[in-house]
Structures are given as C-alpha cells and as structure tokens.
Design a protein around this ligand. Structure first.
Ligand code: FAD
Length: 422
C-alpha cells in the first residue's frame, strides 16, 4: 500500500532514505522539509567508512561520490613552529587506526548535493514513466511546529500554520532534532544528548603556500586543538576544538552566528600557531558552523508513527568519524524494512530498531576519558601528549595488521524489495 510520508531534514540521511524508499514503491508520496531556504551545504570533510561505500554502491552513486572525493593523504601533527611531531597516513575504508584521514573523504556539501540530485533525478524519471507515481517533493524554508498522533497516523502543523496528515513522520533533522523533541517530549529528548564536553567550530579560509594534501593538527595548551585540511583544494578547512569550559560559548549557540564566532575568538586568540590567519579567517568565513559535540542515545528509535533517523536518533559524534556511515545504514535499513513489511508500519519500525541497535552500539563505543588526554591544559601536558602521539604513530606504522577491521559488508541486510541494481 502506498504511504504518505513526511521526512523532516534534507541533510544526508533524509534524501538517501527517500531515494531508497521511492525505488521500492514509486507510489509512495514523500515530502521532505528543510528549514533553510536552500540545501544546507555547510560543513567540512565527512568520512565514508565501513558500510557507507557499500550502500552508496548499491544506490549506484559510488562513482559520482568518488569523483568528488577530496585528496587527503594523511595527517601530520605540528608544533607552533610548524615542525612535524608525528605522521599518520590515510587509512583504508576497512581500517580503524589512529589518525584522521580515511580512504574516502568528501566535503559534506558535496555529499548532500549528490544525494539531493539523485533523488530529484529519480523522481523525474519515474514521473515520466508512470502516470500515478506518488512523487517526492522538497519544501525549503519550512519546518514543523506540532505533532499529534492517532492510530491512523500523524497530524502535523507546519511553521506557516498549515496542517497535514501523514502515515509516517521520519525525523532526519540532525543532532538537535526538533521532531524528536515534539514526538518524545523535551525531557527525554534533551536527556538523550550526552555531551563530550567539547565544542567544535568548522570553517574555510584561503589556502596558503605549503598546504597540499596533508592535513595538519596542532595541540595547544588551554585544552585546545586545531586541524587544517586543504586536501588539494583551493581553500583550507579549519576545525577548532576546545574542552575549555566557557559559559559564553555555551550560551552563544542560542545567539547569532557572530556571537558564536566571537566566543571561539575569545578562546583561540592567544593560541601560538597561525593565530592571525586563523582568527581573521574565522571572523570573515562565510561557511562557519559550530556545535557542542556529543552523542545521541535514545532507548527507543520510534514512538507511534514517528521514527528517528541518522544524527537525530543516534549521532555517534564527529570524533568517531562514523556519523555518515551510521546515517546511511539507518536510511537503507529503514527503507528496506518499510519495503518488506508493506503497510505494517509497526512491524517495520520494530525490525528497524532491532537491526540498528547493535550497529549503533558498536559505532557509539567511545572513550570520552581517553579523548580528554588530547586536550592538555598546560605546556608540559602538551609536551607529554606530543611524545605519546609520536609513539602511537610509530607503533601504528610498524603493526598495520592490528588496525584492520571488518568492513561489515556482511552486516548489511539484503533487501531485494528495494529494487537496487548492483
Ligand atoms: C551545517 C552542518 C555541518 C556539519 N559539518 C560536519 C563536519 O564538518 N564533519 C562531520 O563529520 N559532520 C558534520 N556534520 C554532521 C553530519 O552531517 C552528520 O553527522 C551525519 O552525516 C548525519 O547526517 P544527518 O542527515 O542525520 O544530519 P545532518 O547532516 O545534520 O542534517 C540535518 C538536516 O536537517 C535540517 N534541519 C534541522 N532542523 C530542522 C527542522 N526543525 N526542520 C527542518 N529541517 C531541519 C538541517 O538544516 C540539515 O539540513 C554537519 C552537520 C550540519 C547540519
């Protein structure tokens, strides 16, 4: 039976899910809401690890994705005089070894664009081929303000005051999901965010001579870390992380972007590596994005006919490098279960939860205590950590076989119902 589905969020998993589900049954009517006026393409590099390349291959998109991947060959740690203190080469998609770079790295904006374009193209093709196809519609500059569930579906109020009725609502609106809050309540939703006590800012600045395909990382006293990633592009991506407690920074997320920028400037302006360049670049950046870093841990992935997908349900944090992998697995399994269970939405959501739970638990495994070591407060702490990182880089190079992990291709369920060509 064709379903009328609302997807909230046109980031990575929203368009991926819609494309997969539409392939299983073109009669489904799918509406994707994005609160921004256009696709939100901000963000720096995202890793495509473990199952992500397999899913993109199944969707017929891996070639396009690969053609847009950036060229980052590894990470070098440097001191404040730019002297190399450690080096980590890129890891293949099936490895989980220390470092930053994986085999497939793509700018978040390119990933969002490829998935969006694929969904629009598929919808156009189906429109031309079938008279009664349900259709996939994007609505930009719109969000939801209220949800009411009944046994027949979900009544939704939109930000423009209009109302709609859907068989299923998919919350694909990221870590701070409003849909999660509306469906599960503020208390449960807020409690699901487990902060790692790290704040991160991401932005682009002009490239300078000497920056090529190697990312550079720098540890600074005062619980600060900076990474620059040029990846052979004309601009350099900057990632600034801090574990310093700052009420101003925490409060700034509810204020303007200018306020967030100044809160980061206050923390990083006495750093001793590339200070003027980074502060000037931060202030004038057009793609600045900042967030408190954490994980989302929900004991249930759905309530009634509202289901959580991607970061909204199980953000593992950017420090795992597995957010995109996990959200693509979620999109694939949710679409697969809905295709398999037909109109039995309850059963589909239960199977989705059962299949996702072990995958989510594995991707969220993480030692936040260990992470704190990377943010020393004193100069002596930075010196000790630099030595430790050097030692890890040497061991890493000597025993590459220990870093091999299963790519978990066998953990990707087979869904012939999705009609994917392989
Ligand atoms: C601007 C931005 C930059 C990012 N940069 C990085 C990065 O540099 N590195 C990294 O590893 N990860 C980054 N991430 C996170 C990364 O995209 C996710 O971890 C992962 O890919 C899962 O994607 P998702 O589709 O679940 O969520 P997201 O990619 O977060 O997408 C959620 C989408 O929902 C939209 N949305 C939010 N609230 C509403 C609402 N109320 N109504 C309608 N739409 C809404 C958002 O605008 C966004 O388009 C970024 C996310 C965003 C939004």
């Amino acid at each position: 039976m064709p379903l009328n589905i609302l997807v909230v969020g046109a980031g990575i998993c929203g368009p991926a899910f819609a494309t997969l589900l539409q392939r299983s049954n073109p009669m489904h009517k799918i509406t994707i809401l994005e609160r921004y006026e256009s696709l939100r393409t901000a963000g720096q590099q995202v890793d495509l690890k473990t199952q992500a390349p397999h899913i993109l291959r199944k969707m017929g998109l891996m070639e396009e994705i690969q053609s847009r991947c950036v060229n980052e060959t590894g990470l070098e740690m440097v001191d404040s005089s730019n002297n190399r203190t450690a080096y980590f080469p890129a890891a293949s998609a099936g490895e989980r070894r220390p470092g930053l770079t994986s085999e497939h790295e793509i700018m978040r904006g390119d990933m969002v664009q490829v998935l969006y374009d694929a969904s629009v193209k598929q919808d156009d093709t189906l429109k031309g081929r079938l008279e009664n196809h349900g259709g996939l519609h994007y609505e930009f500059g719109r969000t939801i303000t209220a949800l009411n569930q009944s046994s027949e579906g979900v009544n939704v109020t939109f930000s423009d005051g209009k109302k709609g009725h859907f068989d299923l609502v998919v919350a694909a609106d990221g870590q701070a999901s409003r849909t999660r809050r509306l469906a599960f309540g503020k208390e449960i939703s807020d409690a699901a965010f487990k902060s790692l006590n790290i704040h991160g800012a991401y932005f682009s600045i002009p490239r300078i001579e000497g920056e090529g395909s190697l990312a550079r990382g720098h540890l600074a006293p005062g619980r600060r870390m900076i990474v620059t990633r040029t990846s052979d592009r004309p601009v350099t991506g900057v990632l600034m992380f801090t574990m310093r407690k700052s009420d101003r920074l925490s409060a700034s997320y509810n204020e303007s972007q200018e306020s967030q920028k100044e809160a980061f400037v206050e923390i990083f302006n006495d750093n001793e590596w590339q200070t003027d360049r980074l502060i000037e670049g931060l202030r004038s950046s057009k793609d600045f994005y900042a967030d408190e870093i954490g994980q989302i841990k929900m004991s249930q992935l759905s309530t009634g006919r509202v289901v959580l997908l991607g970061d909204a349900g199980y953000c593992p944090s950017p420090f795992t490098g597995l957010g995109t992998n996990l959200c693509l697995m979620g999109a694939y399994i949710l679409a697969g279960e809905l295709a398999r269970q037909g109109s039995d939405i309850k059963m589909a959501l239960k199977s989705y939860e059962d299949k996702m739970r072990p995958i989510v638990d594995e991707c969220q495994q993480f030692s936040s205590t260990g992470l704190g070591l990377f943010f020393p407060s004193s100069r002596i702490g930075v010196w000790s950590m630099t030595k430790l990182v050097w030692a890890v880089s040497k061991v890493n190079g000597l025993f590459p076989q220990f870093s091999k992990v299963d790519t978990h291709e066998d953990k990707i369920p087979d869904y012939p119902e999705l009609n994917l060509e392989e």
